[in-house]
Design a protein around this ligand. Structure first.
Ligand code: SME
Length: 189
């Protein structure tokens, strides 16, 4: 069953409702893998990836902030309009960038320096997207020669997801979203 297609009948709706979070992520990961196969345009890939995650999981806001010249700049997203630029170290996004690690925030009001793009957002997860060593395998013309031994790969972007509910995100979200971002990274050239 395609979990990000429009649910057109009652049976599909029941199946989608009964799926666990883990089952949804497994299906989503497989679908994203095939969705981006052979595509290396960064904006196009990011746009479809956020649309797929957003539709499948029913989040409030799903989008990328892209690292550009020392700032995180708003990239493709789904959901309400959002702030354009976030400094490294600021907010949840800038904190994940600076720590080079996923940040899970069960209650945004408890996170010092949280940047509120919408008052409806209650919990949040931000996942860094590390530059992949596999770029050259996908893009024949790529001149990028980073290799897989680089212990500190550059961060290209962060994936930011907001929920209207408290405590939405846990280790299952972290593990699957990190895994999906590792699949997506080689397609961002
Ligand atoms: N809350 C984020 C800002 C981006 S919006 O949620 C879309 C943060 O604190 O970095």
């Amino acid at each position: 069953m395609l979990i990000f297609k429009k649910i057109s009948n009652f049976a599909d709706l029941i199946i989608a409702t009964l799926m666990t979070k883990e089952e949804k992520y497994k299906e989503l990961q497989a679908q994203i893998t095939s969705l981006i196969e052979g595509e290396t345009d960064t904006v196009s890939v990011m746009a479809n990836v956020v649309a797929a995650i957003h539709e499948a999981m029913g989040f409030f806001w799903t989008g990328f902030y892209i690292e550009k010249g020392g700032m995180l700049c708003l990239g493709p997203f789904q959901g309400p309009v959002a702030c354009y630029r976030i400094k490294h170290g600021k907010g949840v996004c800038g904190t994940a960038y600076e720590r080079r690690a996923t940040v899970v925030v069960p209650d945004v009001e408890e996170f010092p320096g949280h940047i509120a793009c919408s008052s409806l957002s209650r919990s949040e997860i931000v996942v860094p997207v590390f530059k992949s060593s596999e770029i050259s395998e996908i893009s024949e013309n790529s001149e990028n020669s980073e290799n897989s031994e680089n212990p500190n790969p550059e961060i290209l972007a962060v994936l930011d997801i907001d929920s209207r509910e408290l405590g939405t995100f846990d280790d299952t979200d972290r593990e699957y979203l990190e895994s999906i971002m590792a699949i997506v990274a080689p397609h961002l050239c």
